[in-house]
Every structure is written in structure tokens, then in C-alpha cells.
Design a protein around this ligand. Structure first.
Ligand SMILES: [Zn+2]
Length: 310
């Protein structure tokens, strides 16, 4: 029996006849870039559960604290580079206009790897989108990479006063007390200010208890319904949990579809469909080799491609 695990030759056969490809990416895609994911055991930022800070209630109660957490995450995301996995997916999308990539990552690494924006949907938003926190205002600043974002949030990124010391991130050091930041020192919505009503800007990410962008989901649904999907690539997340599982099952109902998982952890039910395959390991280690027949050799991450500048 042909192995469905780590079988590059079989994958290349399927890829040769795959036209419409849906890729669904999770935290595992960015893991090799060195970003903390704040999930599972050890998902702590200082002494806070990350999941306790990523809520509208936490922002309403202490916006300064929540902003410090996001200022830190913005700073970290700006310090790292896209990896070979991001570049491989970006190249696949450039080579094939019938590729759509859905990512759960908010770190902006896929756009920085040159992924065409029209072929990328950031399901959970972006650390670098700012939006008004007022439900009555639709102000959005879609690509703000200022670091620090404002003077009050500088502790997330400032270097120590002694330049002979290596740069430190005080917010990572629990012995360094967190400053209390009054709302008036946080980023304010320019549109609300114009109308004389001050509202805070907030990170443009989907918090726990919030819905995903309904326009975005509709666009994805339309794309799925347009024509049969030949392949679903599930990268850095599990194809048997939501949302990848839901999209994979919907794609299957449209015709014969291979669901191909690339993840550190694989399990047999990931290749329960007749055409399914799985690759065990990091996206950075597999995607380049998997997609080489379409994209050619991808340069080493950060080597030839302008990463990190927009
Ligand atoms: Zn506003």
C-alpha cells in the first residue's frame, strides 16, 4: 500500500493536475520565524493569560494593559522575518491565480513574504491594523507599522539607557513593573476626534467572543462555491479542528479533493479521504520541496527576497 505520509512523489502527481487550491494556515506556519504564539501551556505574557487579555471586556476594563500586550506583539513581529514556508506559499499564489490562502495568523508575515493581497484572507485580522473601538465609527488604519505606536507604548520596544547593554524588552521581564497608562495617552481615533468625541483605537484583530469579518467570510464562501477545488493545503494547524476542518469538508462536497496536511503533529484521521496526504514537520522544511514543480527553487528566507520592507 502506498504511504500517505511524507510521500513527495505522490504529492507531486496530485499537484500536477491541481488547479484550484485552497490553503489554510495556522500558527505552525510562523513558528519557525520565532514568534511566541501565546497558546496552550506557557501561553502567558508576564503573569497574564494571553486569552484573558484578548477580549473586548479586558480592553474596556484596562485598555492600557491590553495595548501594552499588543505593542509587545507588534514589536516582536517586526523583529522576525518570514520563513521559507511563507515564501513558498506566496510564490505558489503568484504562479497560480486560482490559489486562495486563508490565514489565522495576525503577524503580517505572509504579506511581507510578498503574498498577493487579493489571494490572502487574514481570518483573524492583523496586529498592524488599527481600528476605532467605537461601534458607531468605522475608521480603519490598515497598515500601521509604527513602533512604538505612541510614546506611552514605548516601553514595549525601548532599548536600555546604557547603550553598551544589549537591547532588552522590558515588557518581557516580569521584574520590570508595568506602567499604568491612562486612556488619554493611548492612540485616539482621528475621525472621532474631529467630531469632538474621543474614542480609542484598538488592535484590528478578532478577539475572543467576537465574530470574524462577515464580508470576508462571504468572499471566501463565494470562492469555494465558484468551482470544484482540487486540493486543500492545511499548513501549521490541524485539518481535523475548526476552521480548517470545516473548509476541508466543504471543499470535499464540491468534488474530488485532496486534503494535504503539513504540521508538526499528524494523525491518521488527517488522511481519511481517499486522496488525502500528510507531511509531518514544519512548513519551512516541507513547503519549498512540495511546491518546487510549480514555483521552482525558493531562495532561502531573507536572502534574495526583500523581506521586512513594504
Ligand atoms: Zn472613531
Amino acid at each position: 500500500m502506498t504511504s500517505r505520509l511524507n510521500n513527495l512523489a505522490l504529492f507531486h502527481q496530485k499537484l500536477a493536475s491541481a488547479n484550484r487550491i485552497l490553503a489554510i494556515c495556522g500558527a505552525g506556519l510562523s513558528a519557525a520565524s520565532g514568534l511566541p504564539t501565546f497558546r496552550g501551556a506557557g501561553g502567558l505574557w508576564r503573569n497574564y493569560e494571553a486569552t484573558d487579555l484578548a477580549t473586548p471586556e479586558a480592553f474596556a476594563e484596562d485598555p492600557g494593559l491590553v495595548w501594552l500586550f499588543y505593542a509587545y506583539r507588534r514589536h516582536m513581529a517586526l523583529q522576525v522575518q518570514p520563513n521559507a514556508g511563507h515564501y513558498a506559499l506566496a510564490e505558489l499564489a503568484k504562479k497560480n491565480p486560482n490559489v486562495l490562502c486563508l490565514t489565522q495568523n495576525v503577524d503580517n508575515l505572509s504579506p511581507r513574504a510578498g503574498h498577493p493581497p487579493s489571494q490572502l484572507r487574514t481570518l483573524h485580522g492583523s496586529l498592524f491594523t488599527l481600528k476605532c473601538s467605537s461601534p458607531r465609527c468605522d475608521y480603519v488604519d490598515p497598515n500601521n507599522t509604527a513602533d512604538p505606536l505612541c510614546p506611552a507604548l514605548a516601553p514595549a520596544s525601548v532599548n536600555p539607557p546604557d547603550p553598551s547593554q544589549p537591547a532588552k524588552i522590558p515588557l518581557l521581564d516580569p521584574s520590570h513593573p508595568l506602567p499604568a497608562i491612562p486612556p488619554s495617552s493611548l492612540p485616539q481615533c482621528p475621525r472621532c476626534q474631529e467630531s469632538g468625541k474621543s474614542s480609542l483605537l484598538r488592535p484590528g484583530v478578532v478577539w475572543f467572543g467576537e465574530s470574524l469579518d462577515s464580508n470576508m467570510l462571504e468572499e471566501v464562501d463565494e470562492w469555494i462555491d465558484q468551482a470544484p477545488i482540487d486540493m486543500v493545503l492545511v499548513v501549521g494547524t490541524s485539518s481535523v479542528v475548526w476552521p480548517a476542518a470545516g473548509y476541508a469538508e466543504r471543499a470535499r462536497t464540491k468534488g474530488v479533493t485532496s486534503v494535504v496536511t503539513v504540521n508538526k503533529e499528524v494523525e491518521k484521521r488527517m488522511w481519511r479521504g481517499r486522496e488525502d496526504l500528510a507531511f509531518q514537520g514544519g512548513a519551512e522544511e516541507w513547503l519549498g520541496r512540495m511546491l518546487e514543480p510549480v514555483i521552482g527553487r525558493v531562495p532561502e528566507a531573507g536572502a534574495d527576497v526583500e523581506g521586512g520592507t513594504e
